[in-house]
Design a protein around this ligand. Structure first.
Ligand SMILES: [Zn+2]
Length: 472
């Protein structure tokens, strides 16, 4: 009872701090508004189509108007907004649920349809939206063009976000000169608002303390929007735990037990538009390990799991900097192709020549390439853990046992790496992006490789490159 009282007092204090911060933050008003261009993306493994849905005002533009062009061109897709003369007013690379779904076995058997949004500064004349998709050579081909007339009956100029409570969590400055993140809550009941705010602070602290944001943490704006759900927790079809929640997030995406996504894009976007944002974090009020992160779409993460800090920053790596997973032994529902092409992600490569490696300026010229590491020792243990995990999943082991296993694995790996040659150095280490051979990462360990909270130098470099576009 005593502890409960302390928690209540602590949470009321947090609530109070929120109000004070809320008062401190000046109301953001930018004369440039955000256009949200909504469309349907449909098709199967062979073909894809796009259908315009509507365009609407998503509130003041939070991006840096001085840097409208995406020079990094990451992601499977990219869009450009062109004026009448054909000049590009704005561009942005992105990834999508559709882009993942079309590689799953399901897309070979049936059609799928996903709702998507593109966000850019509101144009002052009619524009052409050009959508590109990567081809096998990793270049972008046009896959859709749409002429958007501002007087079209499905273009709504009014800014009318869903009405939800907003809480500033961490404010560093003007949205147009900062990285703006909106935090949404999934599976929190009205009575669990304090827990949502505490989780939003945990998320904010995890990002601020992560070495991925070491060069950017003074430029982070994090605002939370509370979205109460009727029931507590998230939907778990594989464990036969069924819930209905505010944003439609469900575990089991693409039949992968711990992959959590929502396909209710319009709902998420309408709620997020209450605040200026570029990135979205959906915190799940759930203790079961899981989450997801898609470049320029959103992350989901189990905010009550023991590994929540790891889930927050790992998924944010996918969402913010389009980082590739660096692990290679886990079973995933993606189907891997035959020949390996140079990945576009900034933290993995197939190149072994110093001059061709993306992070070569960080590699000492005397470092052998590829860099020797005790891969066999790591793999032997990793395969052993995979076997135990498969067996535990089969017998539906309780979550605390899985947590214990993950903790043991992490401790073992941390100490194993420390004994290895070249530990702590930047190089070219074989094994990354689901491939045991032929794809390389920059260090022994990384948040995109194991459950450590320390990102490798190639990943930190990627965070800085992406983040630069949002700063002054
Ligand atoms: Zn990394």
């Amino acid at each position: 009872m005593k502890y409960l009282l302390i928690v209540v007092v602590l949470l009321s204090f947090l609530g109070c701090a929120e109000n004070q911060e809320s008062i401190k933050e000046a109301k953001f008003a930018n004369s440039i508004q955000t256009m949200r261009f909504d469309f349907y993306h449909h098709g199967n493994a062979e073909i894809e189509y796009f259908t315009f849905d509507e365009a609407l005002n998503d509130g003041p533009w939070a991006g840096n108007s001085a840097k409208p062009i995406d020079n990094l061109r990451l992601g499977k897709y990219l869009f450009e907004v062109k004026d009448g003369s054909g000049s590009t007013l704005y561009s942005q690379g992105f990834a999508s649920i559709y882009g993942e779904w079309e590689t799953t076995p399901e897309a070979k058997k049936q059609w799928g349809v996903y709702h998507e949004s593109l966000r850019f500064p509101w144009p002052d004349e009619n524009v052409k939206i050009v959508l590109y998709k990567r081809n096998d050579e990793n270049e972008f081909d046009i896959c859709w063009e749409y002429d958007l007339e501002l007087t079209h009956y499905k273009v709504n100029h009014a800014y009318a976000p869903a009405v939800n409570e907003v809480f500033p969590i961490k404010i560093s400055g003007n949205p147009t000169e900062c990285i703006d993140i909106v935090v949404l809550g999934e599976g929190y009941t009205l009575e669990e608002k304090s827990k949502f705010l505490a989780d939003a602070h945990n998320f904010s602290n995890a990002l601020s303390e992560s070495n991925s944001f070491s060069g950017l943490k003074n430029n982070l704006n994090i605002r939370a929007v509370f979205t109460p759900s009727a029931t507590s927790g998230c939907n778990h079809p594989h464990q036969e735990i069924y819930k209905g929640s505010a944003l439609g997030v469900t575990y089991g995406a693409f039949d992968s037990e711990r992959y959590a996504l929502t396909t209710e894009n319009k709902t998420v976007r309408n709620i997020a538009s209450a605040v200026p944002y570029e990135f979205t974090a959906i915190l799940m009020n759930d203790s079961i390990y899981g989450g997801g992160g898609i470049y320029n779409l959103y992350i989901t993460a189990a905010a009550s799991n023991d590994f929540k800090e790891y889930l927050f920053v790992h998924e944010f790596g996918h969402h913010f900097a389009d980082l590739a997973d660096e692990y290679y032994t886990s079973a995933t529902s993606y189907e891997m192709g035959g020949t390996i092409k140079e990945p576009w992600e900034l933290n993995v490569t197939i190149q072994t020549e110093h001059s061709a490696i993306k992070w070569n300026e960080l590699i000492d010229p005397t470092m052998p390439l590829p860099t020797p590491w005790d891969k066999e020792k790591f793999d032997t243990h990793s395969i052993e853990i995979q076997k135990i995990r498969t067996e535990m999943r089969k017998r539906k082991a309780p979550e605390y046992q899985m947590t214990k296993l993950f903790r043991q694995q992490q401790n073992h790996e941390d100490s194993l790496f420390k004994t290895m040659e070249n530990y702590g150095k930047v190089g070219l280490f074989e094994g990354a992006q689901y491939h045991a051979l032929g794809v390389y990462r920059s260090a022994h360990n990384c948040t995109m490789f194991t459950r450590t909270l320390e990102f490798c130098p190639a990943c930190v470099r990627a965070f800085n490159l992406v983040g630069e576009r949002y700063l002054k």
